[in-house]
Design a protein around this ligand. Structure first.
Ligand code: SF4
Ligand code: SF4
Length: 176
């Protein structure tokens, strides 16, 4: 039977595909490059994402990363490259793109767009709409549903749907 972790991998592929389309669309604006890391920060993720990343790192026999305390995210190496890049969480895959989130408190309520000011001008270089942004509410809703199924499959973890796990805990899990 298909497991929640496999559905997570499918969602991640889906997001990667959407990201590739948007990166192509916005290529003239994108300043993202290896070593630029202002968008990185120490993250916590839902359990399904945490265990999916851990599973793939173990399967790949990936070298255990060094956690660099002084960096924006401890998984950044000395040259500010991501040490877990192939396995990075979904949110990291969307860095730099215009991301749409529903905002009840805007007037009138509607989608607000978050983007990196190194890529786009705060005044709006281009008009953002549903065709050139990534709807993160949809991604997060799918992720939340997959996480609930994962927790039902793994009651021994004794975690609740709202619980998150710090990504740095990967290091502890990779030790055993
Ligand atoms: S996991 Fe990698 S891409 Fe994500 S915030 Fe950390 S260093 Fe950046
Ligand atoms: S999103 Fe901004 S800070 Fe992050 S890599 Fe792209 S240009 Fe750099």
């Amino acid at each position: 039977m298909i497991q929640a972790i496999d559905i997570y991998y499918r969602l991640r592929e889906e997001v990667d595909s959407q990201v590739a389309v948007l990166e192509k669309l916005h290529k003239d604006w994108m300043a993202c490059r290896k070593g630029c890391c202002s968008c990185c920060l120490n993250l916590s993720v839902w359990p399904v994402e945490f265990y999916a990343i851990l599973e793939q790192m173990k399967a790949a026999k990936w070298p255990k990363p060094q956690f660099n305390e002084g960096k924006e995210c401890g998984f950044l190496d000395r040259e500010d490259g991501c040490q877990i890049y192939p396995f990075r969480p979904i949110i990291c895959r969307t860095h730099g793109l215009p991301l749409a989130y529903w905002q009840d408190d805007s007037h009138p309520p509607g989608y607000g767009i978050i983007f990196c000011d190194q890529n786009f001008d705060a005044a709006g270089d281009i008009g953002f709409d549903a065709n050139n942004t990534l709807n993160m509410d949809q991604v997060n809703e799918k992720l939340a549903r997959i996480n609930i199924v994962f927790l039902e499959e793994n009651p021994d973890l004794n975690l609740a749907p709202a619980d998150r796990i710090e990504l740095r805990e990967l290091l502890t899990c990779l030790e055993v």
